[in-house]
Design a protein. Sequence first.
Length: 127
Amino acid sequence: MSINAIDNAGQSHLQRNLKHLVRDVRHEVQAETKELRAAGGSREQIAAVRSATFDFRDSVQAASREAGRGAAYDASGVAQKLTLAAVAFTDALKVINGTAGGQAPEVEQPPLPAEQLANGSALDVLA
């Protein structure tokens, strides 16, 4: 089995999991929106939640597309984009709920390898 076959399998697995993530978030938001409607939430508030969800979906899909470009991809770049998408989504929901303004949570950054390896290298997985 070639290195490219291993990378393509990894990309496929990543893309499938990103689709599941978006689906799970969508289902949670649908349940919360249903409860918000029952509690008398405004249409503007519900529309804002849906808009934030669509923005999150678009950000995750962009990370997924980037992971699927060619036989080599930067896994740490994908992880960083997912982190930024999750933080932006959370911040948007805080603004909608009126709980924004607190300190931003500390986001742990993955350690950088001491030596940059060629993309697609089997050693990238071990680094």
